[in-house]
Design a protein around this ligand. Structure first.
Ligand SMILES: [Zn+2]
Ligand SMILES: [Zn+2]
Ligand SMILES: [Zn+2]
Length: 360
């Protein structure tokens, strides 16, 4: 959740001001009173055909007052009617329309759907969706099931339908609520759940091999897709993919051994394709996600012009070569490059891991 800190921002640009205003008002609105809306539905019989008219109006504005001008609700008032009233048909228009397929779920509409179906609890729903992403079952902002996600459901409904059974999940989540509300004892519910789960897992174990075999191909395909950065800038034929080697993750062209292009990857943090190429050198970029840091988009090309040293930095490198490493005393500091750019590192690496930033 995003909330204002209480520090009044100075000199915001108009678009930033708008976003800030939205955040503040949204925050305040959560403390507002309930708003009350009234919906009137009228069923009108024309011969034997039933036509529906609906109108919703706000009765009590509650939190809406705090959330202006962002309240986005229509006010539709129907003329006063009572049951049994006869109305006059003024005009009949025939409209030709096609039904639209439902929109894909977004993270927030999926949370709402889970709520509606009684799946997950307030504190677990966001984490459930996060898990879907992490395991590669879904991708994109408007959620799309990956081949792996679809395959998982197909395979599990064949071998272990209980695992993906909504009713079972719903029961566990309801039980969880009962514990929270002190209506049932933890032990009682846990014992029951253990019995059910032991049964399901014993059955699953016996079929583990067949399940794995059926998932393998879809897993590989989804994995490849999620690990592909873009076109290889050297051979222009292959694709650059993230691979796991002896020394951790690195990038290689999938046309190996014909193309032996490789790039280094940072070993700290989660690396994903950024789905973009560097503006300066047209090499694919990566997104590095590290704890407590904003995700960083980086060009993987160490020779990228954006990573060239400035004159000041070149002087620093020269000066460092004449002084011993402050940590081990025997090495000297030499220029090293990584995807993050250039830095000074001890010549005794990997024995001595001392590094210094360039200040230029
Ligand atoms: Zn290549
Ligand atoms: Zn670049
Ligand atoms: Zn050293």
């Amino acid at each position: 959740a995003i909330y204002p800190t209480g520090i009044t921002p100075k000199s915001l640009k108009p678009p930033e001001q708008k976003v800030y205003d939205l955040i503040v008002k949204r925050f305040l609105a959560t403390f507002g009173d309930w708003a009350m809306r009234e919906t009137i539905t009228v069923a009108i019989a024309v011969k034997d055909e039933i036509f529906i008219a609906k109108g919703t109006t706000t009765k009590e504005r509650g939190w809406h007052v705090l959330y202006e001008p962002y309240v986005n609700l229509k006010e539709e008032e129907l003329p006063p009617l009572a049951a049994g009233d006869e109305i006059v048909i003024k005009k009949i228009t025939l409209l030709k329309k096609e039904t639209q397929p439902p929109k894909r779920y977004t993270e927030s509409s999926l949370v709402k759907e889970l709520e509606k179906r009684g799946l997950g609890t307030k504190s677990t729903r966001a984490a459930i969706i996060e898990t879907l992403f992490q395991r590669g079952y879904v991708a994109e902002k408007s959620l799309q099931a990956t081949k792996l996600g679809i395959r998982i459901v197909t395979v599990l409904s064949k071998y272990s339908p209980e695992i993906i059974d909504e009713q079972l999940t719903k029961r566990f989540d309801e039980d969880m609520e009962l514990i929270i509300e002190d209506k049932k004892k933890e032990e009682e519910i846990l014992d029951g759940a253990k019995d059910v789960l032991t049964g399901i897992l014993t059955k699953f174990r016996k079929q583990e091999k067949s399940i794995g075999a059926e998932l393998r191909e879809a897993w590989q395909e989804t994995q490849d897709k999620q690990n592909t950065l873009g076109d290889c800038p050297i051979c222009k034929k292959g694709k650059l993919v993230i691979k796991k080697g002896k020394y951790g993750l690195f990038i290689a062209c999938n046309q190996y051994p014909e193309c032996t292009t490789t790039f280094k990857l940072p070993q700290n943090g989660l690396v994903k394709p950024a789905d973009a190429v560097c503006e300066a050198c047209s090499t694919p970029m990566i997104l590095v996600v590290r704890k407590k840091k904003r995700p960083e988009k980086l060009c993987i090309n160490p020779a990228c012009p954006t990573k060239k040293l400035t004159t000041e930095e070149k002087k620093e490198v020269k000066a460092a070569a004449d002084k011993p490493c402050p940590k081990c005393g025997t090495g000297t500091l030499v220029l090293r490059t990584s995807v993050y750019g250039s830095f000074l590192g001890c010549s005794n690496y990997p024995k001595c891991r001392h590094t210094e930033q360039l200040n230029g």
